[in-house]
Design a protein around this ligand. Sequence first.
Ligand SMILES: *Cc1c(COP(=O)(O)O)cnc(C)c1O
Length: 392
Amino acid sequence: MYWEEDIKDELAYLDDIFQKRHLVITEFAEQPWLTVNGRKMLNLASNNYLGYAGDEELKKTMSDAVMTYGVGATASRLIVGNHSLYEKAERALVNWKEAEAGLIINSGYNANLGIISALVPRNGFIFSDKLNHASIIDGALLSRAKLQRYRHNDVNHLESLLKKVPFESRKLIVTDTVFSMDGDFAKLEELVKLKEQYNTLLMVDEAHASGVYGKNGEGYSYFLDLQDKIDIQMGTFSKALGSFGAYVTGKQWLIDYLKNRMRGLIYSTALPPAILGAIKAAIEKVQQDTDRRLLLQQNATFFRKALTYEGFDTCKSQSQIIPIVTGENKRTMQFAERLQEEGIAAIAVRPPTVPQNKARIRFTVTADHTREDLDWAIKKVSQIGKEMGVIQ
Ligand SMILES: *Cc1c(COP(=O)(O)O)cnc(C)c1O
């Protein structure tokens, strides 16, 4: 056995091709200015789109719940971990989403793993957009069903794949609604048509859309008024809703089935009661928060337009996720380093997360950023872009 040698070789290789990852130490990431390895920087890397992670009301709700109920759930939900706050939070969830039933799950990663692997049998088929989140792929692999990845947002490609499988087989089409690396939207109208035509279930992952899109922040499906046509709606409380955890909503039979078959629910400790308190409060708050949603969209549009005007390729971003394509890994890493030196925290996204030579810097804006913050960042980013020959 040569475990150590082999693994060290692989790490050295990752380093050579500028794909080795390092953990940095952060504090105050819930704020527009955070510290990274002790240095203050503008936070253009968080998913805290509405600023809820640092919200005073939510902080108070959560700390009160800690003092009343303690720090942990003590067991899984099917044992004694199903705290009464689950019931309250799930009722708030179902009201918010106007769904028949809903379930809170320990994290978005767990949700996708658990839902997909519980639902799709080994002789079933899963059709997944090529740019879907890794947790969807992992769930599909765990199900051992046949996984077919269609080209990003290419409904013709998807249809050609759907045509080849038996009409009566169990089929699932699954997509992110807002794609996490490109910041563009799924073509939900077309997916709904295909789903109806080919007798499949449709599942959406609203991780980046929960709290952000729709009249009451219910998600992008609601923005398009397609919610009643989508069988499985998954989203998270860990991004715009500020804390932690995820949800799934749908028909009663779906939720009952997941309670019986989803291994992540059965074999993992329940969420701490205080998190459930924060989730419930965030669901109630977000429905009233049209102003912050608007502010977020204004910030996103402002930042995206300014970078495009400067000559950057912002892919097909239409959301608060705004990438700029920088190309090769090496140049991208240097770009990210220069941003850090100038006091901007943004992440470099490299293969295999994105295609070769399509490495990018990914910015996310929040409702908490001021116009001065963004103006300052645009100047810095443009200056570095010119230095490095990314723009003219
Ligand atoms: C972040 C994310 C997840 C994972 O959610 P967590 O709560 O962080 O585990 C799943 N899907 C998508 C599209 C995401 O962006």
